[in-house]
Design a protein around this ligand. Structure first.
Ligand code: CTP
Length: 132
């Protein structure tokens, strides 16, 4: 049976921290499914419109070699539903979420990976704004 890994994120202004977490998530199993936050979810989660639309962010993530399947994550409340829908064996999240998804340990493994240091979408947006 192939081992399915599921991970989530906004992946706006795609950067090397995103690439590394996706590569490390893929290494946890045989098939990687990525839930990309919708524009509306990002707005409610981070309080800003993403730079790239959900369609653009989905297209970028879907084109990555380690990614087998993508879908739009519409609500933070649907994690359990998505785990079941994609038959996930492992849920992988960055350690900025450490402990926050332990409630799903009854249905799959939950793994938190350390973030790549010193890079984030927020920091990139600030850096680019300062240059303008
Ligand atoms: N991530 C990571 N290392 C980084 C930045 C992000 O491993 N330096 C991971 C997060 O832990 C998450 C995924 O990438 O699992 C998507 O994170 P996202 O929130 O979309 O990216 P951030 O750069 O953290 O965005 P923001 O600054 O808007 O919070």
């Amino acid at each position: 049976m192939p081992r399915t890994v599921l991970t989530f994120g906004t992946f706006d202004v795609f950067h090397v921290g995103h690439l590394r977490v996706i590569e490390r998530a893929a290494a946890q199993g045989d098939r990687l499914v990525v839930g990309v936050s919708s524009d509306a979810l990002n707005m409610s989660k981070k309080g800003r419109e993403p730079v790239f639309s959900e369609g653009e962010r989905l297209a970028i993530i879907a084109a990555l070699k380690p990614v087998d399947e993508v879908f739009l994550e519409e609500s933070l409340e649907l994690k359990r539903h998505y785990i079941e829908q994609y038959d996930a064996d492992v849920l992988v999240m960055g350690d900025d979420w450490a402990g926050r998804f332990d409630e799903f340990k009854d249905v799959c493994e939950v793994v938190y990976l350390p973030r790549t240091p010193a890079i984030s979408t927020t920091a990139l947006i600030e850096k680019i704004s300062d240059l303008a």
